[in-house]
Design a protein around this ligand. Sequence first.
Ligand code: SF4
Ligand code: SF4
Length: 88
Amino acid sequence: MIKVPEGIPIARPKIGSAGKTGLWRVERPEIHYDKCTKCRLCVLYCPENTIDLLENLYPQIDYDYCKGCGVCAQVCPTKAIEMVKEVK
Ligand code: SF4
Ligand code: SF4
């Protein structure tokens, strides 16, 4: 493992680091909880860090910040996340 010297700046993405999404998202992810195994891969891979865990450890998406990129759906091993057309 590479040891980063002290004082070197490291990017630490924050929730909604690119700001609130607004109205431009064209697709949104929907979670089918009947297929979810709580593996948390979607939480780890979301580039916007907008997926949290509920008390029962199922993931929950914050649609204020989700950009609809589809990464979560791509990495989900059980295809529990479906990208659907955004309804305005
Ligand atoms: S669509 Fe992209 S931004 Fe939205 S929850 Fe999935 S990975 Fe995160
Ligand atoms: S990646 Fe899929 S199976 Fe894993 S926690 Fe997310 S929705 Fe559930």
